[in-house]
Design a protein around this ligand. Structure first.
Ligand SMILES: C[S@@+](CC[C@H](N)C(=O)[O-])C[C@H]1O[C@@H](n2cnc3c(N)ncnc32)[C@H](O)[C@@H]1O
Length: 447
């Protein structure tokens, strides 16, 4: 393939991202920002670029299923990517006329390859356009059918089906292919939701208060990260589910608090707000470059209560000693299966063998947290995944290993209306937010 980039061209930019995701294991969300800059994509076209890139990734296996009958013989990998993204536009984007998608595909094929490739691309796309896409009804295996229909690997569908049932799995997988909503958290130390709605409106954005978490606003139009309201520290960009751990922690002013896996600081800054910026809040993370992000966020929001610390949570007793904290959040590294809607490439890069290793790390971090906690102190374990082994499995194993700890009800905003059975698993389809897990523990006063 010739590496002929066409400045300002949305489809060429989308193609280059999809190529890098498939061949260089690049992350689509990071690459999208870089590509917008390097291609000089106009503001009015950024939405379309995002839609084509994420949409193609989200529906990749379905698109391959549609393409398969037309791809006789060997086809170069880059041509397949071009076909996928063009077919995505034809099948899923009503506002793009099919002839425009085919025309753009042919132009890219000519520029990056040659006339022969362009005529194959033209032929395949026009044939599918004429005959329509094939049905899923011929797939007899029920797991494979859901996997192809929703574009998730078969092992993932089987694993979820065993844990939650096939119907719930299908609902979740379909939800994962929707566009995520944009939510922001109001910095309640500085302002109120009503004031922020007015500020955002005066900058041309539309926002409404969420019915679930009181300090959460849903932005229905515009880019909140580009506003003065954001720059001045009145809001944080955060998914609504990620706002729940600070509630579960039952944290208040003048406490000694540790956020053990803190970067980039979304939850640290929320905890600081619940502490009314009074007390001591240590924000630890293993990676130095990520610590900088916490510091930038804290400075922007005006949170002076936060002290950052590069360190390994697995060695935090060495650092802090035992019985030091009133509250500890362990927002642990996890498989991230709850955020597929935002990072569709996770579906294809995760491997089932990653899971056992993750539970080991999670248990090591929780084991340290238990020792760091004061008697009667509360710790919260959270993940952004939907997997019973890492979630309930890790939480139950932790309780077995630590008789000095007891499970407590997860404290949540009442507006959420979640039936609280001790551990809370939010599914992506419950509220349209990320999939998330929360468990809360208290150290027995006699411990
Ligand atoms: C789920 S993310 C945390 C997100 C963060 N709490 C927020 O809300 O913005 C998990 C974090 O754990 C960090 N991490 C991984 N292993 C760690 C360890 N052994 N000790 C401390 N932090 C670790 C990663 O660098 C990553 O930033």
């Amino acid at each position: 393939m010739k590496n002929k980039k066409l400045q300002g061209n949305v489809r060429d930019a989308a193609f280059s991202i999809l190529w890098a995701v498939e061949n260089k294991q690049a992350y689509s969300n990071l690459l999208l920002h870089q590509t917008i800059q390097s291609y000089g994509i106009a503001d009015k076209n950024k939405g379309l670029l995002t839609e084509i890139t994420y949409g193609t990734l989200q529906h990749q296996m379905t698109l391959d299923y549609y393409l398969e009958p037309y791809l006789k013989g060997k086809i170069e990998p880059w041509v397949k990517i071009l076909l996928r993204m063009s077919l995505y536009q034809i099948v899923y984007l009503d506002r793009i006329p099919a002839h425009a998608a085919v025309h753009e595909a042919v132009e890219i094929a000519k520029r990056r390859g040659h006339g022969g490739v362009a005529s194959v691309v033209n032929g395949v796309l026009r044939s599918i356009q004429r005959s329509g896409v094939r049905s899923f009804n011929t797939i007899s295996d029920p797991y494979e059918k859901v996997a192809i229909e929703t574009s998730h690997p078969v092992w993932m569908i089987k694993r979820w089906a065993e844990q939650f049932g096939l119907e719930k799995t299908r609902e979740m997988a379909l939800e994962n292919n929707k566009t995520p909503s944009q939510t922001v958290r109001v910095n309640t130390v500085q302002t109120t939701p009503e004031e922020v709605i007015d500020m955002l409106e005066s900058e041309g954005l539309d926002a409404v208060q969420s019915k679930l978490v009181p300090e959460c606003l849903i932005v229905t139009n515009g880019q909140p990260a580009k506003t003065t309201t954001f720059e001045k520290g009145f809001i944080t960009i955060q998914d609504e589910s990620s706002m729940l751990p600070a509630y579960a922690l039952q944290v208040g002013p003048n406490m000694e608090v540790l956020d053990m896996c803190a970067a980039p600081g979304g939850k640290t800054t929320h905890i600081a707000e619940k502490m009314e910026n009074k007390g001591n809040l240590f924000a630890m993370d293993l990676h130095k470059h990520k610590i900088k992000l916490i510091e930038e966020n804290a400075a922007r929001l005006g949170h002076t209560v936060i002290e950052t610390e590069v360190g390994d949570g697995k060695k935090s007793v060495e650092r802090f000693g035992t019985g030091k904290f009133d509250r500890i959040l362990v927002d642990a590294p996890c498989s991230g299966l709850g955020v597929i809607k935002r990072k569709p490439d996770i579906k294809y890069t995760k491997k089932e063998e990653d899971f056992a290793r993750l539970q080991e790390i999670q248990l090591e971090l929780l084991n340290q947290a238990a020792q760091l906690l004061k008697p009667d102190g509360i710790m919260v374990y959270s993940t952004c995944t939907v997997d019973s082994i890492e979630n309930r499995g890790t939480a139950e194993q932790f309780l077995k290993d630590h008789p000095e700890m007891e499970k407590i009800q997860v404290s949540l905003p009442e507006t959420l209306g979640l039936k609280n059975t001790g551990f809370v698993q939010v599914f992506p389809q419950d509220f349209g937010s990320d999939g998330f897990f929360i468990a809360a523990f208290r150290k027995k006063a006699t411990a």
